[in-house]
Every structure is written in structure tokens, then in C-alpha cells.
Design a binder for this molecule. Structure first.
Ligand SMILES: O=C1O[C@H](COP(=O)(O)O)[C@@H](O)[C@H](O)[C@H]1O
Length: 415
């Protein structure tokens, strides 16, 4: 991949990738480049995700023996990012298929799946010179080949893939919210992965039942030798996890402030009060995520800039980690694929003494995404050691009125 600037932090390999390479410089993963040499006029592999452009070093935290590696690839163009993610996936597929005859891939839902559809960063420039409105124009056409299309469709050994979900919404498999359905529509229906190697949740069960069932199936696959175990952590070690991140910094269905982020015994757990709908989900736990051999965090879009900036900044306030900051592999390699992280906008704000001196305050709160905070804020008893900012709205001699759709009636309280 063409790299316009490279800098290495102490623990991190950082690449800025600002454009798709030209056809002749197109980056093809080594195993694929061999099989595709006759199809592509260049067989030149450029830097491989397994042999990064700059040295990787251990980062701090966790066990002393951990050799944590982190790489950050920053792209200008989303389609170049997508092509790179898919290429990285294809290369790891070839590596694990050759090394252990199986490739265990864990997917998240959301924007990640769309990124996966691209593989080959093949760009062809075509210059057209029609006479339009009195001036000569030219047009550049770009083609990005998809993971689901030739030549990669044939080059990837799909028969070795075993597909799992890092989280799943507890809805029927044909429901629009199902991560399985999204992946089926976008990817699985287009590639020849044996159906018995695609491990969807049992959608006939409750959230708790589905998480127990999924964990039991993982344990069986460990016994069968399909999934490896980490000798370091005692949790399963998946070959690759491809994960997205929500705007609030959540990964899988591990949401900020939710108690399941601290689960350290279970492999798979469940939530019934996800702040992002639908509320019932199952999710891999952090010990499983952090035991992976490779994890890719694929994060794009302005809505995620604040969480991305916090996650990528060198200073981490360990008392206030976002779930995405808790992705910290024991002996695996974490690679970020992101667009340019923008610093969070500066803001000015009234302080609580000013807010709480008001004569009247209306708090207008609607939408399922706010249900968890709302449930915490509305009861009469408050745990004063752990107040949300909204619970600190407490007028000295004014009147606070809530207008909310959950619970269904609006509530009014006078102080
Ligand atoms: O609800 C979920 O959200 C996250 C992030 O999704 P995105 O569309 O913002 O990328 C996703 O990773 C997770 O699998 C999904 O269940």
C-alpha cells in the first residue's frame, strides 16, 4: 500500500495511507500474489499486514510477559481503507489455512461488514476528453474489486473459514437487526463457506439461553480442535476478530458503564438493556476478545471521532476507559483501520451551580438509546457515589420537570 508518511510511537506502528496505489503498484498479499500472478500484470507485494512497515514494540499494562503489538493505519479514502481490511483478512486466511488447516474468524455487525466486501485495491485511470461547456474535462474511474468477486473469490480458501459473531442481537435470524442476516446478505451468500461452519446464535432461545448455548458450542469446537485455546489466558484464542466501534466507544455489545464489561469468567454473556436497540444481545467478553491472535478495529465516520480520538491518544485515563480502550491483546496483534481521527470540538458550558440556580429547568429526553441513563436518573433513591451528570441537576429553589417517553408518562417534580 502506498504510504505517504510513517511514524512509530513507542508501542505502535502508525501508517498514513492517503491514496490507493496505481494498478502496477497494487498491493496484493503474498500468498494471493502467487496465485494471482497470471491474472494481474504485477505480482509485487508491498508491505504485508504480517510484516509491518515500522517496528512493533511491546506496550505497557497487563502481564509482564505480554508481547502486545499495535498498528494504526489511517486512510484518506474509505474505499482504500475497505480494500486494505479485506486484503489483510485474505492474508490471514492464507496464513492460518496453511498453518492449522482452519481459519476462525469472528465478525461484528454494523459498518464493518460493508468494509469487508472489498478486497482488491485495483485502480484504473481512464481519461476522457469530451468538449463540455467550452472546456476539456477528464474523468478518473476507480474500480475496487470485492472479496465476493473474482479473482479473490477463487483465491481465498473459503472451505477453511469458521465464522462466529463477537456479538449478536437476540432477534430472529431473518430480522433486519440481526448481525447474522446482515453478514449473510453482504458476504456469506456470495462466498462458498460450508454452512455448517457458520455459527449463528440459536434465535429460539432467550438472551441468557442463547449466550449459554453459544458458549457451550464454542467449548465443543475447542474440543474438536477447530478453535485454539490460549495457553496464556485459558480463554479461546480466535485467529482473527474483525470489529467495529460505536460512536460511544462500545465494541461488540460491551457498552460504556455496563457491568458486563467487567465479566472475567464467562466466554459469552448477555445484556437485556443495551442502550442501542435492540436491547437484548449476546456478546463475547473481554477475556475472549483479548486472547485473540489478531484483532482489527475498523472505525470510520465523523460520529466516531471523539471516541476514536480518546482511544488513540497516548494518555489513557485508566479510571475512565471506554470499552474500545479495553481491547488490549495478551499476545496478539491489534490493528486499527481508521480515517483521520479529528480532535473533539472544544465546547463552552454552563456549570452546575448556574444550572441548579435556575427558576425552571425542563429535561426533555426521548429515544430507546437513552433508556439506561433515564432508568438510573428517575428513581427516587440515587447512589450518590456514582452520579450521572443528569442526576446532578438538582435545583436550589426552582422547579425541575422531566418530559420523557420512558416511562410512558411525563413526570413532574417540584423541589
Ligand atoms: O450494535 C452494534 O454496533 C457496533 C458498531 O456498529 P457500527 O455500525 O457503528 O460500526 C457493532 O460493532 C456491533 O457488532 C453491533 O452489534
Amino acid at each position: 500500500m502506498s504510504t505517504c508518511a510513517i511514524s512509530a510511537a513507542a508501542s505502535t506502528s502508525l501508517s498514513f495511507v492517503n491514496r490507493c496505489p496505481s494498478f502496477l503498484a497494487c498491493r496484493v498479499p503474498a500468498p494471493l500474489s502467487r496465485s494471482l500472478a497470471w491474472k494481474l500484470s504485477s505480482s509485487s507485494p508491498s508491505h504485508s499486514p504480517l510484516a509491518p512497515v515500522s517496528a512493533m514494540a511491546s506496550s505497557g499494562g497487563g502481564s509482564d510477559t505480554a508481547s502486545r503489538k499495535k498498528k494504526i493505519n489511517i486512510f484518506d479514502a474509505e474505499e482504500d481503507l475497505a480494500a486494505s481490511v479485506a486484503e489483510y483478512t485474505a492474508e490471514l486466511s492464507a496464513k492460518f489455512a496453511a498453518e492449522r488447516g482452519a481459519f476462525t474468524v469472528v465478525l461484528s455487525g454494523g459498518s464493518l461488514v460493508k468494509a469487508l466486501r472489498f478486497l482488491d485495491c485495483l485502480k484504473i485511470k481512464i481519461f476522457l476528453v469530451p468538449w463540455v461547456a467550452g472546456s476539456w474535462k477528464f474523468l478518473i474511474l476507480r474500480f475496487h474489486r470485492k472479496l465476493t468477486e473474482p479473482p479473490y473469490l477463487e483465491a481465498v480458501d473459503w472451505s477453511k473459514w469458521h465464522v462466529f459473531w463477537v456479538d449478536e442481537r437476540v432477534v430472529p435470524k431473518d430480522h433486519a437487526d440481526s448481525n447474522y442476516k446482515l453478514t449473510l446478505d453482504e458476504l456469506l451468500s456470495k462466498v462458498p463457506i460450508p454452512t455448517e461452519q457458520v455459527y449463528a446464535i440459536n434465535d429460539a432461545l432467550s438472551a441468557e439461553g442463547a449466550s449459554n448455548d453459544y458458549e457451550a458450542r464454542l467449548k465443543q469446537l475447542v474440543k474438536d480442535g477447530v478453535i485454539e485455546m490460549s495457553p496464556v489466558t485459558g480463554f479461546p484464542k480466535f485467529d482473527l476478530m474483525l470489529m467495529g466501534m460505536g460512536p460511544d466507544g462500545h465494541v461488540a455489545s460491551l457498552f460504556p458503564g455496563h457491568p458486563v464489561i467487567n465479566e472475567n469468567k464467562r466466554w459469552v454473556t448477555f445484556v437485556k438493556d443495551s442502550p442501542k436497540p435492540p436491547p437484548e444481545r449476546i456478546t463475547f467478553t473481554f477475556p475472549v476478545i483479548n486472547s485473540s491472535a489478531y484483532v482489527a478495529l475498523v472505525v470510520t465516520g465523523a460520529g466516531k471521532a471523539t471516541a476514536l480520538h480518546k482511544a488513540l491518544s497516548k494518555q489513557h485515563d485508566t479510571s475512565d476507559l471506554l470499552p474500545v480502550e479495553m481491547v488490549s491483546l495478551h499476545d496478539g496483534e491489534l490493528t486499527w483501520f481508521t480515517d483521520k481521527p479529528k480532535p473533539p470540538p472544544e465546547r463552552i458550558t454552563f456549570t452546575f451551580p448556574v444550572i441548579n440556580s435556575s427558576a425552571y429547568v425542563a429535561l426533555v429526553v426521548t429515544g430507546a438509546g437513552k433508556a439506561t441513563a433515564l432508568h438510573k436518573a428517575l428513581p427516587k433513591q440515587h447512589d450518590t457515589s456514582d452520579l450521572l451528570p443528569v442526576e446532578m441537576v438538582s435545583l436550589h429553589d426552582g422547579e425541575l420537570t422531566w418530559f420523557t417517553d420512558k416511562p410512558a408518562v411525563s413526570m413532574s417534580s417540584s423541589i
